[in-house]
Design a protein around this ligand. Sequence first.
Ligand SMILES: *Cc1c(COP(=O)(O)O)cnc(C)c1O
Length: 227
Amino acid sequence: MDTITNALQAVRQRIKQAAEAAGRKPDSVQLLAVSKTFGADTVREVHAAGQQAFGENYLQEALDKQALLRDLPLQWHFIGPIQSNKTRPIAQHFDWVHSVEREKIAQRLNEARDVHVPPLNVLVQVNVSGEASKSGVNPAEALTLARQIAALPRLRLRGLMAIPAPTDDVAEQRAAFQQLKTLFDQGRSQGLEWDTLSMGMSHDLEAAIAEGATMVRVGTAIFGARH
Ligand SMILES: *Cc1c(COP(=O)(O)O)cnc(C)c1O
């Protein structure tokens, strides 16, 4: 087997073991392969090894790649920062957006989403404590933004996403993920019908799964170091 197929299987194995350790079913955690900086041929290879969902951070890079991969039934997730002048192509060329942090952006995505395709799946990005990048809505405002999104007909609110500050301390990793999970449960108890908690990357997916992640976003552990 080639390296990338082995790497994909190793990640699937890590997900399965983490789920079982947490008393969860392995298929309750989806894998999003984060392909930023890697070319269409590499995505094709990972797809051939059984992966359908891919995440991209940079719009133009993603559109170029998608154009070369039209023959494949891939699911595309936009996970990077969103500039308001890029909402139209994002709404047109992706199935999911993980990084909505303002109502204005949500409204623009809603207006741009074609009425002939299913609604755009949307996650609210939350700035959980200690986040270095400062992206995402304040936790105290996350459920308000979520309710605004739930009211937009061309968007389908699916849940929450976060990128906690990287740390090797597993207790710290778990504390940040638990904060997001608590918010997620709160939203549910207030009537939000969402099902997706996007948290955990190459270095901390075990902690995220232990705290309830339903989708992990993994780049390096599948594709290798980014160039
Ligand atoms: C790059 C990126 C990832 C993947 O990170 P790895 O550490 O390479 O697994 C996940 N989520 C987001 C939002 C990213 O930008």
